[in-house]
Design a protein around this ligand. Structure first.
Ligand SMILES: [Fe+2]
Ligand SMILES: [Fe+2]
Length: 454
């Protein structure tokens, strides 16, 4: 098999990395990265083995001119709207979607998906035991890995069709088994079973407490899958159902208190508690913001649930989700608790998630913008030194509610002392948010948590 050398010209380093990884994984490609057109032109001039060029629309024209000047016929993919006299020599993808880029790569190189099947996966594919939580029947044979001096050994633990319960899985985890393995050939069968059984579990009717647990499992499974596989049809089905279930449970809860207490139980994943708490608090606060009729309230809640689900999707560790400001980032870095890479990950996570979500089907309007601005920076990079009112009103709303939620989560034993924790969490917000547009939300939070006199 010939090595495919791809030149990628992409202004954002983090998106560049995302595309590079994707090209390496799917095509075993040797990727040359250039941040701008000049670097790209240099690379074309000095390397005659480039088999394909991918560029963001902003850098595309100089590249196409260079190809023309050098009479090169290298296939060219442009990401984003693009107009040029030689446009017919380029394949254009209107959105940044990995799946779409991969399709165009195959087309440009005249290759088939099957040509790369061998790269996809090792013989055994690991899946975290957690991903089995909402299943009860094994869709295929399942193995555990034993580390032996002579090499890894895989031992079958579940046969296709075997029943199991979440408690059985927990026992494996207690024994230090984090991953189960399935044979590469069973991948499709397993995914099918995973999605079908997980979706079914989500749809079952249960008590509020059980629902919050089940949605928590599916939150972890769906966001892991989305990070690993991108926006694929199965991931979309699971993510949509998870978000719907989060929303429905809020709408069906006659009182917010018991729901909040359940959400705050600390055996649930931090990311989930963080996201769900924001949604539940928003539900009470949105009507106070007088942003429209009853119908519009429902669609606002839907938006907040989407934002909440996706806003930190690229922060895959609890310690990263907890960081909410410059100061915290600096402190954690200084203490050596986060690496330089993780710092970069944090700086770019809002921008990265906003770009990613643009490829999500039927995305409610404005969700990407709120995600981009959810730490207050208009461009979605880093944390602003000074707060600005020049971001979307819903982003301001989300920011303050998220701040409130993060502070509640930082207080120990909150479920037992919910009211007190909320009062405690509000104090620093009053100090921090002086701009009227932010202040209004703080005031509404205060009204919400102050007991009404009867
Ligand atoms: Fe967050
Ligand atoms: Fe964030």
């Amino acid at each position: 098999m010939v090595i495919i050398k791809i030149l990628l010209i992409e202004p954002s380093e983090s998106i560049g990395e995302l595309i590079t990884k994707n090209l390496q994984r799917n095509f075993d490609a040797d990727v040359l990265y250039a941040q701008n057109a000049e670097e790209g032109v240099e690379a074309i001039k000095s390397d005659d083995e480039i088999s394909l060029i991918i560029a963001r629309n902003l850098s595309a024209a100089p590249i196409l001119n260079c190809l023309y000047d050098l009479s090169l016929k290298t296939p060219f993919i442009v990401i984003g709207d693009f107009e040029h006299v030689y446009k017919k020599y380029a394949l254009v993808s209107d959105q940044l979607r990995l799946e779409e880029i991969n399709r165009l790569v195959l087309k440009a190189l005249g290759l088939k998906k099957e040509d790369f099947d061998h790269l996809k996966l090792p013989d055994y594919v690991p899946f975290p035991v957690k991903h089995f939580y909402l299943m009860s029947k094994s869709p295929c044979d399942v193995y555990i890995k034993l580390l032996k001096k002579t090499g890894d050994e895989y031992v079958k633990r579940l046969k296709q069709g075997d029943s199991f319960a979440k408690d059985d899985l927990k026992k494996y985890e207690e024994f230090g088994v984090g991953d189960f393995y399935i044979l590469k050939e069973s991948y499709d069968l397993f995914m099918e079973g995973l999605i079908a059984q997980t979706l079914n579990s989500l749809k079952n009717v249960r008590s509020m407490e059980e629902n919050v647990e089940v949605i928590g499992d599916s939150y972890v499974i769906s966001s892991d899958l989305m990070r690993a596989l991108g926006i694929t049809p199965v991931c979309i089905a699971l993510v949509n159902q998870t978000i719907q279930s989060m929303k429905t449970q809020i709408l069906q809860s006659p009182k917010l208190g018991p729901l909040l207490k359940k959400i705050l139980e600390d055996h649930l994943s931090y990311s989930y508690r963080h996201s769900y708490l924001i949604c539940a608090l928003s539900y009470s606060l949105l009507p106070k913001m007088e942003w429209g009729s009853q119908d519009q309230q429902a669609s606002l809640l839907e938006k907040i649930c989407m934002v909440s689900y996706f806003h930190d999707i690229f922060l895959d560790q609890e310690k990263l989700v907890r960081i909410n400001s410059h100061e915290e980032l600096r402190e954690e870095a200084k203490a050596g608790r986060i690496s330089a890479r993780e710092q970069e990950q944090i700086q770019n996570h809002a921008h990265h998630a906003a770009t990613f979500v643009q490829g999500y089907p039927r995305l409610p309007q404005g969700v990407d913008v709120i995600i981009k601005q959810h730490h207050g920076a208009t461009n979605g990079v880093g944390f602003p030194e000074v707060l600005t009112a020049a971001i979307s009103p819903l982003a301001i709303f989300f920011m303050v509610v998220e701040d409130f939620a993060t502070r509640i989560l930082a207080i120990e034993n909150t479920p037992e002392n919910l009211a007190q924790s909320m009062r405690q969490a509000l104090v620093p917000l009053k100090e921090k948010y002086q701009l009227p547009s932010y202040r209004k939300i703080v005031t509404e939070i205060e009204t919400m948590i102050t007991p009404k006199k009867s």
